[in-house]
Design a protein around this ligand. Structure first.
Ligand SMILES: Nc1nc2c(ncn2[C@@H]2O[C@H](COP(=O)(O)OP(=O)(O)OP(=O)(O)O)[C@@H](O)[C@H]2O)c(=O)[nH]1
Ligand SMILES: [Mg+2]
Ligand SMILES: [Zn+2]
Length: 303
């Protein structure tokens, strides 16, 4: 990264958005200097929302004056949920409590793989039991998704996860209360705010409200607010969904029908593989749930 950058706008600096709160953005440059910036109106006209992880050009303010965000550089990846840019390695954090929603997990994976992100699952709170980590390793091995059992509370299992995250901009996502912020605190010796689980409903309470990029100990990682729902994708063709399941790949072209969507078609090689235990049957059954939903949304998209 070179600083400053010459563009048609004159002499601008380059940096990364680490956080945005209200209409203010915090940007750090390559030297680690931090700047408070406001967003120019033109972004709103272009329907561009600056996001944590964005590489930007900016004019710094002077003294107490804030500066201006001038340009968002082309994004490598874009997540709308959580809203972050340029993430290359996504860590989905699951835990025995709150009860993991694997359909939600598969939705997140599907969207991440569609953008060529690398995905891993961190099973946190292994101090409460090792069963979930074993189950996840079994369900997701076929998709090539590594599963890292960790306990943020006991600080165990952290090194392999840290190694996986360390080579690119990474992001922790997943249900509220799974322990993303606690895990990041353990990985980076930080003190991010963490929350209690709601006792009544055994669900997280959205302690983290804003995504924040943190750079420390060789990691560049974004902690995000948890969520429990992910709305269906509006522009996904039903035929494309299967391409986001790496474990189906070896069976493509082996079904009786060339157009097979691996739903309930006769002579489906994926069905046969699931029955033979070569592909995880739970992943296949959740795929069919998502396929059904994708069909409905696609059919009704102009309605
Ligand atoms: N037993 C146990 N509890 C943990 C562990 N990690 C986190 N917790 C607890 O889980 C609760 C939620 O932790 P957070 O780190 O705030 O969860 P989060 O995923 O960041 O939640 P949001 O910010 O709401 O999305 C807190 O009460 C933590 O103390 C762990 O490894 N073991
Ligand atoms: Mg949090
Ligand atoms: Zn098939």
């Amino acid at each position: 990264m070179s600083n400053p950058v010459n563009t048609e706008n004159g002499s601008l600096r380059r940096g990364t958005i680490v956080r945005g709160v209200g209409s203010f953005y915090t940007v750090t440059d390559a030297a680690g200097e931090s700047y408070t910036l406001r967003c120019k109106k033109k972004f709103r006209h272009q329907h561009m929302t600056p996001l944590p992880g964005d590489e930007v050009l900016f004019s710094p303010g002077s003294g107490e004056e804030h500066g201006w965000l001038e340009e968002i550089l082309p994004r490598k990846t874009l997540c709308l949920r959580p809203p972050v840019a340029n993430v290359e390695r996504l860590v989905i954090v699951l835990a025995p409590v709150p009860e993991p929603d694997l359909l939600l997990t598969d939705r997140i994976i599907s969207r991440a793989l569609a953008q060529d992100m690398q995905v891993a699952i961190a099973v946190n709170k292994t101090d409460l039991g090792a069963g979930l980590a074993e189950q996840m390793a079994e369900e997701y091995a076929g998709a090539g998704i590594p599963v890292f059992p960790v306990s943020a509370a006991l600080k165990t299992g952290l090194e392999p996860l840290r190694a996986w995250m360390s080579s690119a901009l990474s992001c922790l996502t997943g249900q509220s209360g799974a322990g993303k912020s606690t895990l990041l605190n353990a990985l980076l010796d930080l003190r991010l705010q963490t929350g209690e689980m709601s006792r009544k409903i055994s669900r997280g309470k959205n302690t983290t409200r804003h995504a924040e990029l943190i750079e420390k100990n060789g990691l560049r990682v974004i902690d995000t607010a948890g969520f429990n729902l992910l709305e269906a994708e509006k522009d996904l063709q039903p035929e494309k969904l299967k391409e986001r399941y790496p474990e189906f790949l070896p069976y493509e072209g082996r079904c009786r029908f060339r157009e097979c969507l691996h739903d309930r078609e006769p002579g489906c090689a994926v069905t046969a593989a699931a029955e033979a235990g070569e592909i995880n049957a739970l992943r296949v059954s959740r795929y069919r749930q998502l396929l059904e939903e994708t069909r409905t949304v696609w059919r009704d998209r102009y309605g």
